[in-house]
Design a protein around this ligand. Structure first.
Ligand code: NI
Length: 167
């Protein structure tokens, strides 16, 4: 396994729309394992392939405190969503920024697993937030884009300053 480099907002590659996976093979399983390792090391509770500059529809999550509930979603689609809930979100691609976002409270997601088999999952709470946040990444959308233009500009300035300081 290997740690992958996570792209940081406002990197334009975060806006590339991911393509569906047409065959779940060893190459895909290796990438999923590397993404999981990268997510746990960060540490984070979700990671989309887009964030590691691989533009295919795959994401991993583990919202447990015990780090033993890894889930992989390939070609995920939200087929039902209900209610509204506001959660404070963060993102490994937007380090140090936490902002409230309104999303569906409950979702049903359909995806393929690492064997290429379809499954459906109903989620609420933090897992529902996380899946919606990661699916947005696959569509080229970063959570800060839900915020006002003014807030987005401030976040961009802050992150640019940080990346200059890090050089
Ligand atoms: Ni994110």
């Amino acid at each position: 396994m290997a740690l992958l480099k996570i792209l940081h907002y406002p990197d334009p590659r975060l806006h590339i729309v991911a393509k569906p996976v047409d065959k779940v093979d060893d190459h895909i399983r290796k990438l999923a394992a590397d993404m999981a390792e990268t997510m746990y090391a960060a540490p984070g509770i979700g990671l989309a392939a887009t964030q590691v500059d691989r533009h295919i529809q795959m994401l991993v999550t583990d919202v447990s405190d015990t780090h033993d509930q890894l889930m992989t979603f390939i070609n995920p689609q939200i087929v039902e969503s209900n209610g509204e809930a506001v959660h404070e979100e963060g993102c490994l691609s937007v380090p140090g920024i936490y902002e409230e976002v309104t999303r569906a409270e409950r979702i049903k997601v359909r995806a393929l697993n690492l064997e290429g088999e379809p499954f459906e999952l109903e989620a609420n709470g933090l897992l529902a937030v996380c899946i919606q946040h990661e699916i947005d990444h696959l569509k080229g959308k970063v959570f800060v884009e839900y915020l006002s233009r003014l807030k987005q500009d401030r976040i961009k300035q802050k992150l640019k300053k940080h990346s200059r300081e890090a050089m």
